[in-house]
Design a protein around this ligand. Sequence first.
Ligand SMILES: C[S@@+](CC[C@H](N)C(=O)[O-])C[C@H]1O[C@@H](n2cnc3c(N)ncnc32)[C@H](O)[C@@H]1O
Length: 331
Amino acid sequence: MAEIEQYSAHIPVLRDQFVEAMFSDPDGCYVDCTFGRGGHSRELLAKLSAKGRLLAIDRDPEAIIVGQKLAAEDERFSIEHSDFGALGALLDVRGWYKVSGIGFDLGVSSPQVDDATRGFSFRHSGPLDMRMDSSQGKSLLQLLEHVSERDLIEILRKYGDERYAQRIARAILKAQHASLLATTAELENICFHAVPKKARYGTTHPATRTFQALRIWVNDEMGQIDHAIEAAIDHLQDAGQLAVISFHSGEDRRIRDLIESHVHACICPPQMPICVCGKKPTMRWLQKKPLRASEQELETNPRSRSSMLRVAQRLSEQEGLKLSGYSGVSA
Ligand SMILES: C[S@@+](CC[C@H](N)C(=O)[O-])C[C@H]1O[C@@H](n2cnc3c(N)ncnc32)[C@H](O)[C@@H]1O
C-alpha cells in the first residue's frame, strides 16, 4: 500500500465537466467504468444523496486497492476488479438493468505511467509489459514473440497512425529475434533509430505513437470499448447520460461512430423515400463536438492536452419514434 500511495497522484481530467455530464439525479445509480485513483468517483459521490449509489470498475489491481479503501468509508460506493468490457454482465448481476449515468475516462492513469515496473513509459526504463492488469493476459514481450511483421505494421498504423510503421516494425522484430529487446528503454532506442533523421527531433518523441499503439494492442482497448459502449447504452434509463473522455483520435472516432449508430439508427439505403427498417434512434448527442480542456486546466495538468469529452443521452421509446418519423407501419 505504501508503494501504491507513492505513485497515487492522478489529477482527474475535465473533472467538473465529466461529472456534470454523467449526473442528473442525486438518488440515482451511476457507474464509473475507469476508477483510476477515484478523482471522478469522489466528485460524483459528493453530489449524491444518501440513497444514491456508485459502482466503479477498474482492471488494475492497484486501483482496486485504493477503491476498496473508499468503499470501506462510504457505503454508497462499491468497486469491481474487472474489464469494463464485462459491464453488461456486472450490471445485470446486481439487478442494475437501468442506471442514471455511466462514465469512461479512457487510457492509463498517471500512477500506471509513472511506475517504471509497469512498462508503459519510455521515459523510465522498465520491462516490456504494458498490461493494465498484469495478473492476466500476455505481456508485450510475450506477444512480440509471436506477431508477424505484417500484423505489427498494421497495429502501429491502426492504433498509432504511425507514418514509419514498416521501418519501426522491422526494427522491433529484428531486435527481438536477436534477443536485444527486453526493456522500454531499448524499445525507445529502436524507434528513435528506425525513423529517418529528420523525424527524430520533432515536438513528439519518435517512440510516442508506437508505445500508444502497442499499449492499445496489449490491452485490447478497442475491443473493450466496443463491448462497453453497447452495454452502457443498453443499460441507461430514459434521459440517462453517457460521458466518455478519450485521449487520441482513433479512440475518439470509435466512440463517435458507436454512439452515432444509435443517434442515426436507420439502416435503409439513402434512396428509400421512407424508412422501412424500423430502427429507431435510442440516443441523442448532448456534446457531439468533443469538449476540450481549458487553457487554465492545461496549465495545471498538461496531461489534459489531448483529452476529448463526448456526451450523449438515452432517448425514451416515444422520443425515438418521434425522431424517426416511423409510423410503425411497414411500407
Ligand atoms: C485515465 S485513468 C482514470 C482516472 C480516474 N478517472 C481518476 O480520476 O482517477 C484510466 C483507468 O481506467 C482503467 N482502465 C482502462 N481500460 C480499462 C478497461 N478496459 N477495463 C477496466 N479498467 C480500465 C485503467 O486501469 C486506469 O486506472
